[in-house]
Design a protein around this ligand. Structure first.
Ligand code: NDP
Length: 299
């Protein structure tokens, strides 16, 4: 058996086309969603991600503002910038790219972002709303993207046993909360595995849908997958590849070649979850703009 490939690239394109139309409609009503991205320091990966996010926002007709600060920026300066953006009516979404340089307390910065503008979904208020099953919360982009991929590829998690490998605040935990919600894309039976899980293979083999977010190239092999399961690989790992000019390639946490012989459907890396994360950031920004307009109209 060779698994069907769930192309995040194609699904993300479809979502972005829908968003383009929605944004064009909103512009006619005088609402231009605005996204501010804040990058502190010179980390090349962060710079690349922020650049991609801004480009995607601009392509969607979203007003995008990229603010790049020096590595030496103090916590107080960053907090003052967040306050400014919170008060700016042109900005509906604020994303502070993580990790932040040493000396800046990430938790403090995330807490300073207006929860209504928290398009990353990392503010404790939004984390709490997600954990209590609120269907209208701004949810973190990567797990939200995974849910969209499942729904749009005909793998509704409702009633299924989903095993999530990884319990980070960015992917694993919000993934589990989304899957548990009484809402479209939810209603799954969820198991969360992590580095202390005694027998990872025995746990992953229980999954009708397996979501892997660890950061360990090829951790999950075909023999750890139940025949016919749907496999979503969130992992993004650089491994040496002397045959390529740049000297490396990007692979997932799932050993693709053995997994595709067992699974019924699988996401590739690259071209799987990655493009969905960006599409969901745009979706969250548009949602945030529409909600803020409704709130302003009520005020
Ligand atoms: P973290 O490092 O924050 O979390 C990794 C998780 O994996 C932890 O919960 C850890 O367990 C668990 N883990 C580590 N080793 C094992 C093991 N041997 N068996 C089972 N579980 C293990 O990573 P993130 O969640 O931030 O990211 C995970 C991966 O997803 C990375 O490759 C990252 O690059 C990628 N990613 C991709 C995105 C995309 O858009 N495609 C977006 C975000 C992340 P414990 O808690 O016990 O330490």
């Amino acid at each position: 058996m060779s698994a069907k490939i769930i192309s995040g690239k194609e699904i993300a394109r479809a979502i972005r086309d829908e968003l383009n139309e929605q944004v064009a409609g909103l512009a006619k009503e005088g609402l231009v969603p605005g996204l501010a991205t804040v990058l502190v320091g010179e980390d090349p990966a962060s710079r690349l991600y922020v650049g991609m996010k801004n480009k995607a926002a601009a392509e969607a007709g979203i007003h995008s503002r990229q603010i790049t600060l020096l590595d030496s920026t103090s916590e107080a300066e960053l907090l003052a910038l967040v306050d400014e953006l919170n008060a700016d009516p042109q900005i509906h979404g604020i994303l502070v790219q993580l990790p932040l340089p040493k000396g800046i307390d990430e938790a403090k910065v995330l807490l300073a972002i207006d929860p209504e503008k928290d398009v990353d979904g990392f503010h404790p208020i939004n984390v709490g709303r997600l954990a209590t099953g609120d269907p209208d919360v701004l949810a973190p982009c990567t797990p939200r993207g995974v849910i969209e991929m499942l729904l749009r590829s005909g793998a509704d998690p409702s009633g299924k046993h989903v095993v999530v490998v990884g319990r980070s605040n960015i992917v694993g935990k919000p993934m589990a909360f989304l899957l548990l919600r009484r809402a479209p894309g939810g209603n799954a039976t969820v198991t969360v595995a992590h580095s202390r899980t005694a027998d990872l293979g025995a746990t992953t083999r229980l999954a009708d849908i397996l979501v892997v977010a660890v950061g360990w190239a090829g951790l999950v092999t075909g023999e750890m997958i139940k025949p016919g399961a749907v496999v979503i690989d969130v992992g993004t790992n650089r491994v040496d590849d002397p045959t390529r000019e740049r000297g490396y390639k990007v692979v997932g946490d799932v050993e693709f070649d053995s997994a595709k012989e067992v699974a019924s459907a699988i996401t590739p890396v690259p071209g799987g979850v990655g493009p969905m994360t960006i599409a969901m950031l745009l979706a969250n920004t548009v949602e945030a703009a529409v909600r803020q307009r409704a709130k302003d109209a009520d005020a």
